[in-house]
Ligand binder design. Structure first.
Ligand code: GLY
Length: 370
């Protein structure tokens, strides 16, 4: 049960290896990349408590020594302050240009450590060992790295492709149900944006996936990563098609900003709600049938996921306030919001041609449902 997806970017090719128990084999996978048998691993305290010793043992099997830094968990770690902590620690460890840095954790650690690797000595190689479902299917693949700014999420960063991604699907067994389902928001996004057959498969297999079916988990991660790799190979730096991966994200970023990037709304939960809103907006614009948003919402609900704005606890701004928050989105071009809309489930496209009033109406109705 081991799958490999190749990301064939000329001169920066790498493999995403997917399967259970890869941590115990990590040494065998990393060894060919190393010029000396030593790696610097950066993790967070939750992941380190559960998995760092397994990784250490997996590396030691090949005689690879590991030095580790453990950061606080949570979105606040994607900061200038922690970037400095990482960079200073890597310099203290005397990491050289030919060494390899390992990002061992979820999306926060992957983005931060990838960025630290991108700028350390003008760029050192790094390996992603993603431990959350979200990181395995999205953030560890494709080379987007960065930190948050006071102006918004991910506004400071660089494209820096990893040299290898090891997605150990057994590790997903240690996630909370909430974290797993938040990551599932990104999985189902792939079906919605470009693969109807995958969406059909998820409607059928989603419950087994959530319940822990190992083969279904490998297959879901493989299909998601393959679709992401295909898109990244076509458009590494998001001049066009890569923006499709942001289905649901324009709404999501506004909802995350409105909830203070806190536990009130996890990123993947915001993506799921955002996808439902993007399909609703598409239906209102006459682009897709009214059945499509209903089918999207029915599947998210069947999985026990947050589906509607009404599922977010606490106060939120009004529709105009949410629309303002969308203005900080990285996809804004010449002040014009760009949306990922859909002609059907599995057929999304990017457009800047969306009347403000229709977006406002969708948000007003969604808020009225609270
Ligand atoms: N997470 C969206 C992208 O990698 O482009």
């Amino acid at each position: 049960m081991r799958e490999i997806v190749n990301v064939d970017l000329p001169g920066r090719e790498y493999q995403v290896v997917i399967g259970p128990d890869l941590l115990t084999e990590a040494g065998a996978f990393l060894d060919p990349l190393l010029t000396r048998k030593k790696v610097s691993v950066i993790s967070d305290s939750n992941v380190a408590a559960l998995h760092l010793e397994t990784l250490r043992a997996g590396l030691a099997k090949q005689g690879i020594e590991m030095q580790a830094l453990t950061l606080p968990p949570g979105e606040a770690t994607k900061s200038w302050e922690q970037l400095e902590v990482c960079s200073n620690w890597l310099l203290d460890q005397k990491v050289e240009r030919r060494d390899v840095v390992v990002a061992f954790g979820g999306g926060v650690v992957g983005d931060l450590v990838g960025f630290a690797a991108a700028i350390l000595r003008r760029g050192v190689r790094f390996v992603q060992i993603p431990t959350s479902l979200l990181a395995q299917v999205d953030s560890s693949v494709g080379g987007k790295t960065g930190i948050n700014a006071t102006h918004g999420k991910n506004l400071i960063g660089a494209f820096h492709q990893p040299s290898l991604v090891l997605a150990d699907t057994a590790v997903l067994g240690t996630l909370t149900a909430r974290d797993f389902l938040a990551g599932y928001g990104e999985v189902v996004k792939y079906g919605m944006l470009g693969d109807t057959a995958f969406f059909d498969w998820l409607e059928d297999q989603g419950p087994a996936l959530a319940a822990g079916d190992a083969a279904a988990r490998v297959e879901a991660v493989r299909r998601s990563v393959q679709m992401k790799a295909d898109i990244v190979m076509r458009d590494e730096t998001e001049q066009g098609d890569r923006a499709l991966l942001n289905l649901g994200h324009t709404f999501c970023h506004a909802l995350e900003a409105a909830t203070g990037y806190s536990d009130r709304l996890l990123h993947g939960e915001g993506v799921a709600i955002g996808c439902a809103l993007a399909f609703e907006l598409s239906a209102r614009l006459g682009l897709c049938s009214q059945e499509d948003p209903s089918r999207v919402r029915a599947h998210l609900k069947a999985m026990g996921m947050k589906t509607d704005i009404a599922d977010i606890d606490g106060d939120l701004p009004d529709a105009a306030g949410l629309l303002d928050l969308m203005g900080q989105d990285k996809k804004v071009v010449d002040g014009q919001l760009r949306f990922i809309l859909a002609r059907s489930i599995g057929d999304a496209f990017v457009t800047g041609d969306v009347p403000r009033e229709v977006v406002l109406d969708v948000l007003k109705d969604a808020l009225a449902g609270r």
